[in-house]
Design a protein around this ligand. Structure first.
Ligand code: NAD
Length: 414
């Protein structure tokens, strides 16, 4: 089954608005992006020819503050994927109680087929096209799939050249030397582990039991390490990447596994472990599962076989709507991405604040403030779960949608 992500996102908004008894105007307002900007980006290629790329930047809702969300470079990007991601960012920033709205951007391109110079030309020309639409007080982009801190520096530099002002806070997730923050690199995984720590307390799951990681890239590797550091225990028993999976019921050493993966490019044949199919890793019996790979990994075909008690979504959209229902029926606890992967945007917000004051915080301050924010967000979702008797994803949507609706009302938009 293929999904139109924006239709899924709209369905979730509708469900939340019914439970919140929102009036029809409020629902209509929240079902659609506030504004969309679509533009062409002419780019000089290495062979001196000009190629036209297509770019988007969407502000889904700015009632609570400037739009915030990444820019993705991907060949499958469509207006609906950007709309969906901008929509989810709106609820994510609201659940974390950040003074921000939701936005997202993208360029249709295949970054694997482009040189570093061509990628820089796309990044800079994206900003030339979108300069009026973005800004530290309007819309603050960040990296997403196939964009990174280097892309953000090119974009920031271009923006400052256009505006003739030093404005590092216009993009986040920059390197430290040009206005980045401590604690950004592991923020998503760290935030996820904080939510797992709280969920284990609330649902009576053994946090020092077993855990499994699907996807061993940036987010997955950091979650493997941070789980034991933050929880003060726990046994990592299975890990997968795109090439396969490994299993060891006696425990895999996360530090050694990260070194092994960096050296070998995949986790297969890690000493002391048994190679298994990557699909089996998701279905391994464990207390906690961290999906940290791609969308739709847990779907109607495998949801019934998921045996972990808590599923902490570090990836964006790893669970399909059908799978969500099956997991809920099977008494599984899904910590939804709009809550459990909010660590990245929370620390991005800290970066904006530090850039504004040109005064930078030590790493432990970033960690403890992230802990406070995401822990508070977790308990607000639990409150909504109890009050409305719904599963965590719908509860998180209810928290986010209610906060945005309230801001719209206070402003007199509805
Ligand atoms: P990444 O590219 O560094 O890692 C992805 C990993 O998934 C790789 O190890 C890849 O081998 C693996 N993978 C791919 N297909 C797989 C499959 N079928 N089975 C098992 N493993 C598979 O990406 P990342 O930055 O770690 O992001 C992972 C997810 O987390 C994405 O959905 C991303 O949107 C989300 N996310 C990341 C951040 C962040 O700060 N990095 C923030 C928010 C959300």
């Amino acid at each position: 089954m293929s999904y139109n992500s924006f239709e899924v996102a709209q369905k979730q908004v509708l469900e939340a608005s019914v439970l919140l008894k929102l009036d029809s105007n409020t629902t209509e307002l929240l079902l659609w992006p506030q504004r969309e900007y679509k533009f062409t980006i002419p780019v000089k290629m290495d062979n001196k020819s000009i190629k036209i790329f297509h770019g988007y930047r969407i502000h889904y809702n700015t009632a609570r503050g400037p739009a915030k969300g990444g820019i993705r470079f991907h060949q499958d990007e469509t207006v609906d994927t950007v709309r969906a991601l901008a929509c989810w960012m709106t609820w994510k920033t609201a659940i974390a109680d950040l003074p921000l709205g939701g936005g997202k951007g993208g360029v249709i391109c295949d970054p694997k087929k482009l040189s570093a110079e061509e990628l820089e030309n796309i990044a800079r020309n994206y900003v030339r096209a979108a300069a009026d639409f973005i800004g530290p007080e309007k819309d603050i982009p960040a990296p997403d799939v196939y964009t990174n801190p280097q892309t953000m520096v090119w974009m920031m530099d271009e923006y400052e050249t256009i505006t003739r002002k030093h404005q590092p806070g216009v993009f986040t997730d920059k390197p430290l030397q040009v206005g980045g923050t401590e604690g950004r690199r592991d923020a998503t995984a760290r935030g996820g582990v904080y939510t797992v720590r709280e969920a284990c307390k609330h649902f009576g799951v053994n946090s020092k039991g077993t855990y499994v990681i699907q996807g061993f890239g940036n987010a997955g590797q950091r979650a493997a390490l941070l789980h034991q550091e933050i929880i003060g225990g726990g046994k990592l028993i299975a890990v997968s990447d795109s090439k396969g999976g490994i299993y060891n019921p006696d425990g895999l050493n996360p530090k050694e596994l990260v070194v092994y993966k960096l050296k070998n490019g995949n986790v297969n044949n890690f000493p002391g472990s048994t190679n298994i199919k990557k699909e089996e890793v998701l279905e391994t019996e464990a207390d906690i599962l961290y999906p940290a790979a791609l969308e739709n990994a847990i779907n109607e075909n495998n949801a019934d076989r998921i045996r972990a008690r808590i599923i902490c979504e570090l990836a964006n959209g790893p669970t399909t709507p059908e799978a969500d229902i099956i997991l809920y029926k099977n008494n599984k606890i899904v910590l939804p991405d709009i809550l459990s992967s909010a660590g990245g945007v929370i620390v991005s917000y800290f970066e904006m604040v530090q850039d504004k004051y040109s005064y930078f915080w030590p790493e432990d301050t970033v960690h403890s403030r992230l802990d406070q924010k995401i822990t508070k967000a977790f308990w607000s979702v639990i409150e909504a779960m109890k009050e409305k008797r719904v599963h965590p994803r719908l509860a998180a949507m209810i928290v986010g949608v209610a906060r945005v609706a309230e801001a719209c009302k206070l402003r007199g938009w509805i």
